[in-house]
Design a protein around this ligand. Structure first.
Ligand code: ADP
Length: 593
C-alpha cells in the first residue's frame, strides 16, 4: 500500500560521482534513493513518486538549474511542500537565502558535502516526513471512523423501523455496499423447510450482473468447509484475511476471486438468528475499524430481525385470534338461533297449555263456586272445607294460567296497557289489605312509607297491581316467619310536573337474600333458585316456590310502562338473612304515541 512504502530521497546532480557519494552517505537510511541527472528528469520522477521526503538539488546544472527546479517543484501539488536541500560549491549562504525566500527551500550545503552532515540533515527530514505520515494516517482513520459511526447511526435508525423481513435485509445489504464498498454480502438463516439442518440464504448480493448465489441457496450446517456454517456452529465471528490459505474457507462456484471473508453472527440475547457474510476480492480487505462498525451493524440487524419476528408472531396471533373470534361468533350465532327456536317452542307450548287449561278451569271455578254456596255444603263443615279447598286450588291454578298468558303477551309484545291515573299509595294499601292474612299468618311486619306524597302516575293499575302483588308475595315467601317487609317510595325529580319525572318504589325484606349469580337470572322465564324437587306450592308459605314466572311478568309489565326493575342483595344466606331490595322505577307520565 502507498502509505507503507519507503519514503523517497530525490538526488539531482549532473555529476554521477556526486550522486553516488550522496547515495552512499544515505545508505544506512530506510529510504528509496531516486537519482536524476537533470531538472527535467527530476520533475518526471517527482510526478510519479508521491512519497518523497526530501530533495537534494545541485544548484549548478546544465539546463534547468537547482533554483528553477525548486520553484517548479513548489508549483506542483504533490511536491509543493517537499523540503529541498540546495548543494553548491560557489554560492554563499546569503545567496542561498535569497533563493530560499523565492522557492521556500529549507536548507543548504556546500560542496564538498560532508557525508555525515548530509546524513544527519536528511535524517531530520525523513523523521519529519514519517511523523507527518503517521499523523495523516491517524487523521484519516479518525475521519473514517466518524463516517462509519454516522453510517451506523443512520443505518440503525433505518433498519430497526422496517418490519418486512425481505425489504429489511436487502436495504441492509445495499447499505453495506454503499457505505463500506463491499458488494459481495449475504444474510444466512436457519431453514425451517425442508431440512432444519440447512442454512439458507435469505438475501444476498453476490455479484452485480448475474447473482452467483440466489436466495434460497443452502449450506448444510455441519459442512466441514464453510465459514458461514462454522459461524452458525460456533456462534462467533470469523475473519479470513486470505481465503487461499484458510482451511475453513470453501470456494464457491463463480466466486473464485474472493480473497477475504468476514462472517458475523446475528444474535439477540442467547439466540442466534442468522449470519451476516461479507466477502471481498482483496486480501486483508477488512480493517479493524470496518469490522467494529460492521459488528455494531450486525447487532442492529439482529434487533431488527427480532422485531420482524415479533411483529410476524403478533400478526399471526392476531389472525388466529380473528379466525377464532369469527368461528366462535358463528357458533354463538348458531347456538343463539337454536335457543331462539327453543324459546319460541316454549312460548308456543305455554300458549297452547294456558289456553287449553283456561276452559276447564273456568268450569271448575264456576262449579266449585256454585258448590260452595250450596245449602248442603254450607251446613256441613267437612264438605264446606273440601269445597273451599277446590275453590282455592282452582283460583291458584287460574293465577298461574294468567301468569302464563301474561308471559305469552309480553313475549309477543301484545301486552295492551289500559292507562289511567294511578295512586300508588292507594294501590299498595289495597294490596296490603289483601295480603294481610298471609302477613299475619307468617308473623311479618309490613310497613308502607312515603307513598302518600308521591304523584299519581299514568299506568295500567291492574298490571301495576300484579307487579307489586308479585314483589310483596315474594318478600313474604322468601322471608322466614317474623320478618319485616318495607315498601318505600320516592320521587326521582324535584318537580313531579316536569316531563321525564319518575317515581321509585323499593320493596325490601329481611329474608334469605339472593346470590350474586342469580340477581339477573331470576327475571328469566321459569327461572327459580333452589331444588325443584323440594318445590312446594302455596302463594305465601316460606320458600314456597312458584313456577318461576312472577318476576318475568313483573319485568315485562314495568318495561311496557317505560320503567326499570332490578334487585339488590348482599347474597343468599338462610341463617344470616341478608334480605333483598327490589327497585321499581316508573315514569310519571306515559309517552304520547
Ligand atoms: P317464583 O314463582 O319461583 O316465586 P319468581 O319469578 O317470582 O318465581 O321468582 C324467581 C326466583 O327468585 C324465586 O324462585 C326465588 O328464588 C327468587 N326470589 C324472588 N323474590 C325473592 C325474595 N324477595 N327473596 C329471595 N329470593 C327471591
Amino acid at each position: 500500500m502507498a502509505t507503507s512504502s519507503k519514503p523517497g530521497v530525490l538526488i539531482v546532480d549532473d555529476q554521477p560521482t556526486h550522486r553516488r557519494l550522496a547515495a552512499r552517505a544515505l545508505s544506512t537510511l530506510d529510504v528509496n534513493i531516486l537519482e536524476a541527472r537533470t531538472g527535467e528528469e527530476a520533475l518526471a520522477i517527482a510526478r510519479q513518486e508521491h512519497e518523497l521526503c526530501v530533495a537534494l538539488l545541485d544548484v549548478h546544472m546544465p539546463g534547468m538549474n537547482g533554483y528553477n527546479l525548486a520553484s517548479e517543484l513548489q508549483q506542483r501539488t504533490n511536491t509543493a511542500a517537499l523540503p529541498v536541500i540546495f548543494i553548491s560549491a560557489t554560492e554563499s549562504e546569503a545567496a542561498h537565502r535569497q533563493q530560499a525566500d523565492k522557492t521556500g527551500a529549507v536548507d543548504f550545503l556546500s560542496k564538498p558535502v560532508s557525508p555525515h552532515i548530509l546524513l544527519s540533515k536528511v535524517r531530520v527530514f525523513l523523521e519529519l516526513f514519517l511523523q507527518r505520515r503517521q499523523l495523516q494516517a491517524a487523521y484519516d482513520a479518525l475521519q473514517r471512523q466518524t463516517e462509519r459511526l454516522e453510517t451506523t447511526a443512520k443505518v440503525s435508525h433505518q433498519i430497526t423501523s422496517i418490519l418486512d423481513l425481505d425489504q429489511l435485509l436487502l436495504e441492509f445489504l445495499s447499505l453495506v455496499e454503499k457505505r463500506f464498498g463491499y458488494n459481495h454480502s449475504g444474510i444466512w438463516m436457519q431453514s425451517d423447510v425442508p431440512r432444519a439442518d440447512d442454512i439458507v440464504l435469505r438475501a444476498g448480493k453476490y455479484g452485480t450482473h448475474q447473482p452467483v448465489l440466489e436466495p434460497g441457496s443452502t449450506i448444510p450446517v455441519n459442512a466441514a468447509r464453510s465459514i458461514i456454517a462454522h459461524v452458525f456452529r460456533t456462534g462467533k465471528a470469523y475473519l479470513s484475511s486470505d481465503t487461499r490459505i484458510d482451511p475453513v474457507y470453501l470456494i464457491s462456484e463463480g466466486l473464485e476471486e474472493i480473497r477475504a471473508e468476514l462472517a458475523l453472527p446475528l444474535r439477540f440475547g442467547h439466540s442466534l438468528l442468522g449470519v451476516l457474510d461479507i466477502q471481498s476480492e482483496q486480501t486483508d480487505a477488512f480493517s479493524p475499524g470496518d469490522m467494529t462498525a460492521l459488528s455494531t451493524l450486525a447487532d442492529q440487524v439482529a434487533v431488527a430481525l427480532r422485531n420482524v419476528r415479533l411483529y410476524d408472531e403478533v400478526h399471526r396471533l392476531n389472525e388466529d385470534l380473528e379466525a377464532q373470534v369469527t368461528q366462535r361468533t358463528a357458533e354463538l350465532e348458531k347456538a343463539y338461533q337454536q335457543l331462539e327456536l327453543l324459546d319460541r317452542s316454549k312460548s308456543d307450548f305455554i300458549t297452547v297449555v294456558s289456553h287449553e287449561l283456561r276452559t276447564p278451569l273456568t268450569l271448575i271455578n264456576g262449579f266449585s263456586q256454585m258448590l260452595s254456596d250450596d245449602e248442603v255444603v254450607v251446613s256441613d263443615a267437612l264438605r264446606k272445607q273440601l269445597v273451599d279447598g277446590i275453590v282455592a286450588g282452582a283460583q291458584r291454578m287460574g293465577g298461574i294460567v294468567d301468569s302464563m298468558l301474561d308471559v305469552v303477551r309480553i313475549d309477543s309484545r301484545t301486552l295492551r296497557l289500559d292507562t289511567e291515573p294511578v295512586n300508588l299509595h292507594e294501590l299498595l294499601t289495597t294490596l296490603s289489605v289483601r295480603l294481610a292474612p298471609a302477613i299475619q299468618q307468617r308473623h311479618h311486619k309490613l310497613t308502607i312509607e312515603a307513598l302518600a306524597d308521591l304523584p299519581q302516575i299514568e299506568a295500567d293499575s291492574a298490571e301495576i297491581g300484579k307487579v307489586f302483588g308479585e314483589l310483596l308475595s315474594n318478600a313474604i315467601k322468601y322471608t322466614p316467619d317474623g320478618g319485616e317487609v318495607t315498601v318505600h317510595g320516592s320521587c326521582l325529580t324535584p318537580s313531579p310536573d316536569t316531563e321525564d319525572s319518575y317515581v321509585e318504589i323499593v320493596v325490601q325484606d329481611t329474608g334469605i337474600g339472593i346470590g350474586p349469580d342469580h340477581l339477573e337470572l331470576i327475571f328469566a322465564k321459569f327461572y327459580r333458585t333452589g331444588d325443584v324437587s323440594l318445590h312446594s306450592s302455596g302463594r305465601t308459605k316460606f320458600k314456597a316456590g312458584g313456577p318461576g314466572l312472577g318476576l318475568t311478568v313483573a319485568r315485562g309489565i314495568v318495561e311496557a310502562h317505560g320503567g326499570h326493575i332490578w334487585v339488590e342483595s348482599p347474597g343468599h344466606d338462610e341463617q344470616k338473612l341478608p334480605g333483598s331490595k327490589f327497585h321499581v322505577i316508573l315514569p310519571v307520565k306515559q309517552p304520547v304515541l
